[in-house]
Design a protein around this ligand. Sequence first.
Ligand code: G3P
Length: 219
Amino acid sequence: MKLFIDTANLEEIKKACSYGVLDGVTTNPTLLSREGSDPIEQLKKIVEVVDGPVSAEVTSLKKEEMVKEAGGLAKIASNIVIKVPCTTEGLAATKELSLTGVKTNLTLCFSASQALLVAKAGATFVSPFVGRLDDISAEGMDLVSDIKVIYDNFKINTEIIVASIRHPIHFLEAARIGADIATVPFAVIEKLMKHPLTDIGIERFMADWDKLKKQLNKE
Ligand code: G3P
């Protein structure tokens, strides 16, 4: 399973990159607004750091405007992927963009029907939002399982990005289901490698090593 980071923060992206396991980045208008700088300039900085797909979202709601905006975003770099919302206008825009070879990530996906239709329109990626479904007492991961079954049934190439991940169990479940990608906030990426027994183990090894060195120095 590929690992993307879900952020527009350059420091977080650089740190996650330094771990050597980062495959891409997803941003959205909220994440870019948190950085407080010009979004296009911020995206230009991000694509310089990351060797992989970087999702940038359109903010227009009508097909023609989405396509026009996508054209501008796609000019930033060849690894920019256009995030488009799962609406009928977004569907039509995706079809047109896919015909011209522009990569798309269909965002705000909350049903398997949306996922099937966006795949038919030629979406490169689809992003089911698991955390936001959990928030309304639905099973976010059930949606990912449904999409996986449907995509396998019809040998669909659209890649599933599990998004709105809130904790390490979401990440693990995404891998168990066989999702292509998990896009994970920086704080959760940090938690993925954390285990109290690893920390305790290191502490004990270091203590025993120090003890041995002291003994040897005495002899
Ligand atoms: O990738 C989608 C993600 O940014 C949404 O996450 O936590 O706002 O539901 P969240």
